[in-house]
Design a protein around this ligand. Structure first.
Ligand code: ZN
Length: 138
């Protein structure tokens, strides 16, 4: 079951250029930066309430984020909903003919499990579901 928005991913060409707006103008809590080698991105994370804002900077032209920026420019890349049962949700989506990019959960940042829905099945909004480890049962 989806319980909240976990984070919003925003594609940027330079973390350095965009961190000051979120940290110093919006005064969001800056949680630091991280590199996700598998996705070829560097991430800057901010917290506002229960939601994180994640700025995503490509580290290689092959990164999905680099391709996104090339095609559409900088901007909102995806919305991630938090679930307490990612496997069950994926199974249910597939049974409802939702196209998945990930038919099985894969590892995301901070020990999370994540899966992307196909934008064709989600109104062209790239949609992620994620399950945080501490909430996993059993
Ligand atoms: Zn995400």
């Amino acid at each position: 079951m989806i319980t909240q928005i976990n984070h919003i991913g925003i594609a940027v060409s330079s973390l350095e250029n965009h961190i000051p707006f979120y940290r110093d103008m919006l005064h969001l809590e800056f949680l630091g930066t991280d590199e996700v080698a598998e996705q070829k991105v560097k991430v800057a994370m901010f917290r506002v309430g229960e939601v994180q804002i994640e700025l995503l900077e490509p580290t290689s032209p092959e990164s999905p984020i680099a391709k996104f920026i090339k095609k559409k420019g900088e901007g909102i890349h995806h919305i991630a909903y938090q679930t307490d049962d990612i496997t069950g949700d994926i199974r249910q989506f597939i049974s409802q003919n939702i196209r998945m990019i990930d038919e099985n959960p894969r590892s995301g940042a901070h020990d999370s499990q994540i899966a992307f829905l196909h934008p064709k099945s989600s109104g062209r909004v790239l949609t992620e579901i994620c399950q945080i480890k501490s909430l996993r049962h059993g």
